[in-house]
Design a protein around this ligand. Structure first.
Ligand code: MG
Length: 170
């Protein structure tokens, strides 16, 4: 049995992950309008991954016979007024999501909900990777982004990213 508090946090995380997908779609749209299709591709794939995360929480609750309640998805609230602002907003958002995952983990730990902790282990690792990716992108932009040729190359690199389904299967 999942505790009421853990259940509430897991259910809320479905919404948070769909919001993440929505936020990254907004980022992708920003770069598409800028003519930077590679950056747009990178964030479009990021959005697909977030949708996958949402579905993992959704499926986990269903598998545990816990009710799923879907709520309204908030409007993307980041102000996107420069390329670097978008990249920084991405990092801040991932740090926020890491905190959310840690909060659910803490709640599960407190009630010795080992199954939920094991489920969340994948997300703990995933958040480490998400923060690394967001940081790396900022570093590359700082190094190469101010030069048109550098920006062109970086755009090419990000355009090569392909979607792959999450390694966690429920
Ligand atoms: Mg996520």
């Amino acid at each position: 049995m999942v505790s009421a508090k853990v259940h509430q946090l897991l259910n809320q995380q479905i919404n948070k992950e769909f919001y993440s997908a929505y936020l990254y779609l907004d980022f992708s749209n920003y770069f598409k309008a800028r003519g930077l299709d590679g950056f747009a591709n990178w964030y479009l794939i990021q959005a697909q991954e977030e949708r996958d995360h949402a579905m993992l929480f959704y499926t986990y609750l269903q598998n545990e016979n816990m009710p799923v309640t879907l709520d309204a998805i908030a409007k993307p609230d980041k102000v996107l007024n420069s390329d670097m602002t978008v990249l920084q907003a991405g990092l801040e958002h991932e740090q926020y999501v890491t905190q959310l995952i840690n909060d659910i983990y803490t709640a599960a730990y407190e009630v010795k909900d080992f199954r939920t902790m094991q489920f969340l282990d994948w997300f703990v690792k995933e958040q480490g990777e998400e923060e690394t990716n967001a940081n790396d992108l900022i570093s590359k932009m700082e190094l190469f982004g101010s030069d048109p040729k550098g920006l062109y190359m970086l755009n090419q690199e990000l355009g090569a990213r392909v979607y792959s389904a999450p390694s966690l299967v429920l």
